[in-house]
Design a protein around this ligand. Structure first.
Ligand code: PLP
Length: 403
């Protein structure tokens, strides 16, 4: 028996997306920028996919969707694109005067590395960076965001649903504060899209990142939503000027088509699937509630519908070692912290939530998905309990290259 409980890392592409991609590869392989019939066919599929993705988040126009090669690239386009654009604008204004003042970026302490790394690079470029602290549940305090805003704050980027601990941020409140201040607001909604309704016409966000492979589409496709009327970010990939000049390169029609189909079907299935996932999620938490080693992490109320995560503060068992043991039992879960050269680094997310270095090495997550059944949940809970009972007295080593 094999059970996959790592649906935050990636999801299996759904057959409908694969079938559409196959058709696209066989029949719509033209370059969408070409003016002949082959190009037209590809362009039609491209724009249809754009509409499907736009509908998933209720965007008013399909033009507000910029296709990228994934969630990471969408995040990079949001951060560097806005940074480059505000710098260029300021340089124009100050060309004959003194140097423009440094700009300010606010992120949270629990961002995905596709936000925190670009932020680090902006800091090296002279930007002022504020990393907002989070509480023990991983949530940002809107009052702390309000206090952190400065006249030179150009952009705020706060993750919507945290991939390691499942916490949902109060994005409506946070976005409203940023927009009232006049800065731009970006959210990484990669884990939320397809699992909870997103309505960008209601949400106070200017930019929002999506990823195809988290919603049963293919890997290597994603999108950045840009609210109409918001100054366009600068390009970060230059060339032929595709995607409104923001993302040059011949569009990968099969990938984008698979993303579009996955987005459309996610929207259709969401009302029933989200409720089903919440029930399974809560069943797994309930089954493991009497396991003294396991402490749930993240916010249990404001939480991604599919997300289950724990740390093991009272044991010496690393998350990585548990992942390995569960894998031997045929169950795929993941650890929150990375093992580099045999050294296990504590999870920066758990550290930001106030856990000590030792506990921050023990995080595990078991996100559920479309193919998870109640029997999978029961079996996985039993396996985890047995592994813990067997090993809690012994430290399991973090092996380099272990699964
Ligand atoms: C919250 C979040 N943002 C961004 C990404 C990156 O997305 P992609 O793998 O499509 O580059 C991920 C993927 O793990 C994620 O969970």
């Amino acid at each position: 028996m094999q059970i996959y409980l790592d649906y935050s890392a990636t999801t299996p592409p759904r057959p409908e997306a694969i079938a559409a991609m196959q058709t696209a590869m066989m029949q719509q392989w033209g370059n969408a920028s070409s003016l002949h019939e082959w190009g037209n066919r590809a362009a039609t599929m491209l724009e249809r996919s754009r509409l499907q993705v736009a509908s998933l988040i209720n965007a008013a126009t399909a033009e507000s969707i910029i296709f990228t090669a994934g969630g990471s690239e969408a995040n990079n386009l949001a951060i560097f694109g806005v940074a480059n654009q505000v710098e260029a604008q300021a340089n124009q204004v100050h060309r004959s005067h003194r140097q423009a003042a440094p700009f300010h970026l606010i992120i949270s302490a629990v961002e995905h590395s596709a936000i925190s790394e670009p932020a680090r690079q902006l800091q090296a470029r002279g930007w002022q960076i504020t990393q907002l602290p989070v509480n023990a549940q991983g949530a940002v305090d809107p009052q702390q965001l309000r206090a952190a805003l400065q006249p030179n704050t150009a952009l705020v980027s706060i993750i919507y649903g945290q991939s390691e601990v499942g916490t949902l941020q109060p994005i409506v409140e946070l976005g409203a504060i940023v927009q009232a201040h006049g800065a731009r607001f970006h959210t990484d909604a990669v884990q939320v899209a397809g699992r909870l309704p997103i309505d960008v016409q209601q949400l106070p966000v200017d930019l929002l990142s999506l990823s195809s492979h988290k919603i049963y589409g293919p890997q290597g496709a994603g999108a950045l939503y840009i609210r109409p009327g918001v100054a366009l970010p600068s390009a970060i990939v230059f060339g032929g000027g595709q995607e409104q000049g923001l993302r040059s390169g011949t569009q990968a029609i099969p990938s984008v088509v698979g993303f579009g189909v996955a987005a459309e079907l996610a929207a259709i299935e969401m009302p029933t699937e989200t409720l089903r996932l919440i029930q399974l999620r809560d069943r797994l938490f309930a089954l493991l509630a009497d396991t003294p080693e396991l402490l749930p992490t993240g916010d249990l109320r404001h939480r991604l519908p599919h997300h289950v995560s724990f740390c093991l503060p009272s044991t010496d068992i690393t998350g990585k070692a548990l992942v390995r043991q569960m894998n031997l039992a045929g169950i795929g879960i993941s650890a929150g912290s990375a093992c580099h050269s045999g050294q296990l680094n504590p999870s920066p997310i758990l550290q930001a939530m106030g856990y000590g270095d030792r506990t921050a090495k023990t995080g595990i997550r078991l996100p559920l998905g479309k193919h998870t059944t109640a029997a999978d949940i029961d079996w996985s809970a039993l396996a985890l309990k047995q592994i813990l009972a067997r090993t809690s007295a012994h430290r399991l080593p973090c092996l380099e290259g272990a699964v």
